[in-house]
Design a protein around this ligand. Sequence first.
Ligand code: BES
Ligand code: MN
Ligand code: ZN
Length: 485
Amino acid sequence: MQITAVSTSELKWEGETLALGVFEGDTECADLDKRLGGVLAEVMAEAEFEGKSGSSVVTRVGSSSPIRKVILVGLGKAEDWQLEGMRSAAASIARLAKQNYVKGLGVCLPPLESDNATASAIAQGIILALHSDRRFKSEPEEQKLKLETVEILGINDAGDAIAQAEALSSGTILARELVAAPANSVTPITLAETAQQLAADYGLELEILEKAECEKLGMGAYLGVAQASDLPPKFIHLTYKPQSTPRRKLAIVGKGLTFDSGGLNLKTGGSGIETMKMDMGGAGATLGAAKAIGQIKPDVEVHFIVAATENMISGHAMHPGDILTASNGKTIEVNNTDAEGRLTLADALVFAEKLEVDAIVDLATLTGACMVALGNNIAGLWSTDDTLADELKKAAEAAGEKFWQMPIEEKYFEGMKSQYADMKNTGPRAGGSITATLFLKQFVEKTPWIHLDIAGPVWADDTSGVNNSGATGFPARTLVHWVLS
Ligand code: BES
Ligand code: MN
Ligand code: ZN
């Protein structure tokens, strides 16, 4: 599928299928209707189409017309029109184009901000909505995608916006596919192989620390989690370096539990153990961001870090109550083996800080508590640095991904006190996503830092906006926008 931008308006464009966005109460489209012999007014009246957001009609136009089919999508009220609506409208158009066997599509949506922003939003909406993951089906898709060309109409100069949208989308799709793949397909070993492939494809540097090297670095927290698995841990450190002196150095640290059984605090009845392949959502988005950054090539150095492992049970599993020593020397009483993500992140954060970067962002499917607080659409954000938090929020806004800043309430760390070790790994039930953050904070000394709890948004139950049901690839696009900012 090839996406291009052209300055042609919907009144001049000739091609197979024209997709047009229509605002509520603005359904006249007189000039275009005239051009198409009155078919628009007719079909809109027949379908009682009023331009409401989420509504649509598709019709065939007479064979003498310069256009063969028309897709109308409702955009809601003109005063509410924003880039997020643009991405969603483009996604709806793409789904309808697929259902209607469209080969050549012209898309006309009211522009916003700039030609660049408009073209990018439309391209992302189309690519992300059309992604369909059939890797684990024995049969190919019933209805193959026929779409070959997409022309975004009314754009004078999109610059490299479409190429950038393609890079962002490819990163999101990689993240989705890593998260959607089951734990017998994506393992610490295959995650390391994916990193290796990215390094080869985009000229990134790659260092994989094997278990022995992690031992040498004293990563007792990470290795404690890994010790019951039959699969070896793989500590992944992928680096993008620009040609010239970097404007900034950043680290992105993703939680990479390719399966979280809970350990001996086993996830029992109703705890969703069967969904725990997605516990590497942070790692998925981290590698997804690396894929996009590798293509976009900004003037920023970025370290992508994943302490990959499984959380399993066996005769050599951690016992609840074990005391571990992390690579910064701090000791942890593991009062719950199911709070494993923070143990792996502890050593990954210490490693990241040693790289002397300007900022660290970690992202993790860390707590059920964050889902209770913010639901499935919104991730939690904690930061030790307000400027950095604002940067990330702006990037999220540009990406169309939602975060809500939460407090770092130091007092709650009292709940993590251990009689014998420096801390426990879990506190009381109340404020569970905040105590998880306070735990992580013990492993970042001075670098400006953001923690993102993405347990909710990595997975979608339904198709909505650019997301199809299943893995979303959240928040790969926010990370890329942040790096570029
Ligand atoms: N991976 C889970 C968090 C999670 C739960 C993500 C549900 C997505 C959906 C994490 O490792 C975990 O088990 N957290 C525990 C922490 C508790 C033991 C303090 C939780 O949230 O219940
Ligand atoms: Mn867990
Ligand atoms: Zn987990």
